[in-house]
Write a new protein. Structure first.
Length: 505
């Protein structure tokens, strides 16, 4: 089977104030600090600072540059520890185990969003190291290396990490993050040394009691079975962490993507939310026909999450089940894949959910943390949650009850496919408001037409492929679908200005 995607970069500005009025100002970055991955647990990405404006932006100058800590690493030798170029260490490791990596480690994908607390920046690196940097001078204060490159290649996007979490209580502060080999690490924010009373020497094993995720083994593509590539969610004394799992398994058996909560002080496991039901008695198991929940995996929250501390609800965006582009082995709608799930912060119990894609086969994960904001609709104050998606939709709900703020219609979609065993859902949910922020579907009319010759080349390029509207089934001939699996929205997500009610994608 061959599938191709069309990707069109887009910045969408959705004025929710045209549909609803903003109410009291939401939490955001305060005092110039950035204490959470998305500014706050509401994922607003909002800062009220106004010193930098459109009028003076071009006057900004570079004050310092920071060279990633991934360029040089520590190696242990007969003469003790020494700092060597990273490539030298990788050569040694590869010589000792030629099949250690699918993709050799590299430092080229520095995609983390730094935190800023008390004049110190905290960030993670492509090699899953964490570093503290003096925000004024750019001086490196400490680096902690969990040395995950020794274990193998993280899945599914190797050698990239998006950020860390910050916890503080009673004068104590820690930096926490997940690693490519499936650990949750906690270090002292001032020194970078492991938090000795957290788990086993400053880390807990995220594969423990997780089905089909065996420490020390790699999957059928020689990838590590479980990694964590996004920043943990820290609220009070609880750390909530998602996972990353190989999207392209060649077998139907994979680890399920539980959302897991741990005590921020001790690392003690508090709860799991089963993104895939784990018994016939669990809610949603009936959506996995032939008891396919028993072996199916993924459906993980690989991106960031949000929480309303006052309500005590955590909002989990989930992804496609195994495998991204074929579901014949998992008939049914497959809850809680490609859903937004609200769970109780203390227990992990489901409060409400909404599934954006039934029986997904397009890799239309919910790719980012939902935005929490308070709005007024028709004179009614609503605590809202807005989930932007790869499909180019914004799904908006009352975040207390899960009721859609505006109608969401189940519309019939094409289900004709020549993939053996595949049974697609006859309907998919379409929001009626706001309008989509990206082009949906692909037709010949969408092809470039600068000149007749270029137009003809474009027509010939797609000849033989299947085109159609959103949710056009995949096929043996190959399907061109839009938005692509890259979105629409992706892990960078949306930001909210609570003063104007505008959401930026």
């Amino acid at each position: 089977m061959t599938s191709r995607c069309l990707t069109v970069p887009v910045l969408a500005v959705l004025n929710l104030a045209c549909l609803a009025a903003p109410v009291a100002a939401q939490p955001g970055a305060r005092n110039g600090e950035w204490r959470a991955y998305a500014a706050d647990t509401y994922s607003s990405k909002y800062s009220p600072l106004d010193q930098i404006t459109a009028d003076n932006f071009d006057e900004l100058e570079v004050v310092w540059r920071w060279r990633t800590a991934d360029t040089h690493l520590v190696v242990e030798g007969e003469q003790g520890a020494a700092v060597v170029p990273a490539e030298t260490l990788f050569d040694l490791l590869e010589a000792a185990e030629p099949d250690r990596w699918v993709t050799r480690p590299g430092a080229g994908r520095l995609v983390a969003t730094p935190l800023m607390v008390d004049g110190v920046l905290y960030l993670s690196t492509p090699l899953y190291q964490a570093a503290a940097i003096d925000a004024r001078t750019g001086a490196t204060l400490w680096v902690h290396d969990p040395r995950i490159y020794e274990a193998g290649t993280p899945a599914p996007a190797p050698w990239a990490h998006r950020g860390v979490g910050y916890w503080e209580s009673g004068g104590e502060s820690r930096i926490v993050w997940g690693t490519g080999d499936g650990f949750l690490v906690s270090v002292d924010a001032k020194t970078g040394l492991p938090a000795a009373d957290f788990g086993d020497g400053g880390r807990v094993d995220l594969t423990e009691n997780l089905p089909r995720a065996t420490r020390g083994l790699r999957d059928n593509l020689n990838l590590l079975p479980l990694s964590s590539q996004s920043a943990p969610l820290v609220v009070g004394d609880t750390i909530i962490v998602g996972s990353s799992i190989n999207d392209f398994s060649i077998t139907k058996e994979m680890p399920p993507g539980f959302a897991r909560a741990y005590d921020a002080r001790t690392g003690r496991h508090r709860w799991d939310f089963h993104n895939i039901p784990q018994s016939a008695d669990e809610f949603g198991s009936e959506t996995w026909l032939n008891e396919s929940w028993r072996y199916s995996g993924n459906a993980n929250s690989w991106s960031n999450m949000s929480v309303d501390p006052e309500l005590g609800y955590v909002y989990l965006p989930t992804s496609t089940p195994t495998s991204d582009y074929y579901g014949g082995h998992r008939p049914g709608d497959n809850l809680f894949a490609e859903s937004l799930v609200a769970v109780d912060m203390q227990t992990g119990q489901r409060v409400w959910h909404f599934q954006m894609v039934h029986h997904g086969v397009w890799d239309y994960d919910n790719p980012t943390a939902p935005n929490l904001l308070d709005i007024t609709v028709d004179g009614r104050d609503i605590k809202a949650v807005a989930q932007v998606t790869k499909q180019g939709f914004v799904y908006a709900f009352d975040r207390v009850t899960g009721e859609p703020i505006w109608p969401i219609e189940e519309r019939e979609v094409n289900t004709e496919t020549d993939l053996e065993g595949e049974v697609l859902s006859p309907t998919q949910p379409f929001p009626t408001r706001p309008a989509p922020f990206d082009t949906q579907g692909a037709t010949l009319d969408d092809l470039v037409d600068f000149t007749p010759e270029i137009r003809q080349m474009a027509v010939e390029a797609v000849e033989g492929f299947r085109l159609g509207p959103l949710f056009t089934p995949l096929s043996l001939q190959g399907t061109i679908f839009r938005p692509s699996a890259g979105g629409g929205a992706n892990w960078s997500g949306a930001a909210v200005d609570p003063e104007t009610g505008i959401l930026y994608v």
